[in-house]
Design a binder for this molecule. Structure first.
Ligand code: ZN
Length: 214
């Protein structure tokens, strides 16, 4: 029997005025030894887009998310003796539920824009931005999904984050997706998502878990 809980909260960046809500559903499948983090994203495409075109973007973005997160990490019990289920670890997956027709929802709403790139953020995705298409690197989508999972930006930008300095960033920020959308999700990012946001230690059956590579 799967167990399910919600992870949500508000993040206010330390510098500047940027704030947002993270929210996702966490599902634990004991039979599969798997936990899934699933943000729900309601997409509003330009009105000229036919369903087939919307589907093409959704497919490419879903694949980009799967590639960035899946088959990379697992949660292993710190003390396997004290635990009955999934002693060898629990596989972590991220799957975005993209919704392309409007429904009443408290989940993330994203507007997809054609034409001039005015700077993408969590809720506005510009297709002219090279990181949001259906081909190439498309890491921008993964970066915005990371915000929905509770991660903060790790770059300097005087307009977005006035007063933020290099010393305010993690030493390895340039290696990761929260600085550069075409870099990978780092182990410490997954630790924040799993332990601080999804609160897996409060819900999964063993007393405590740590993150491990698959
Ligand atoms: Zn960002």
């Amino acid at each position: 029997m799967a167990e399910r809980w919600n992870a949500s909260g508000r993040i206010k960046a330390k510098f500047g005025d940027i704030a947002w809500n993270y929210s996702f559903v966490v599902t634990y499948h004991p039979d599969k030894c798997r936990v899934t983090f699933r943000p729900k994203v309601q997409l509003t495409f330009p009105s000229s887009f036919k369903q087939a075109k919307k589907d093409k973007y959704v497919k490419a973005w879903s694949e980009a998310v799967a590639k960035a997160f899946n088959n990379k990490w697992k949660l292993v019990p710190v003390d396997p003796q004290r635990c009955e289920q999934c002693k060898d670890g629990i596989d972590i997956r991220v799957r975005v539920k993209f919704v392309t027709s409007w429904t009443w929802t408290d989940d993330q709403e994203v507007t997809v824009h054609e034409g001039e790139d005015k700077g993408s953020n969590m809720t506005n995705w510009y297709l002219e931005d090279g990181d949001f298409g259906t081909t190439g690197k498309i890491g921008g989508v993964v970066h915005e999904v990371c915000h929905m999972l509770g991660l903060e930006d790790e770059y300097l930008n005087e307009k977005h984050y006035p007063g933020k300095k290099e010393s305010d960033l993690p030493p390895d920020h340039a290696d990761g997706i929260m600085d550069d959308p075409n870099k990978p999700v780092l182990d410490r990012h997954m630790e924040i998502m799993a332990f601080n946001k999804a609160k897996v230690n409060d819900h999964l059956p063993c007393p405590t878990y740590k993150l491990a590579k698959q």
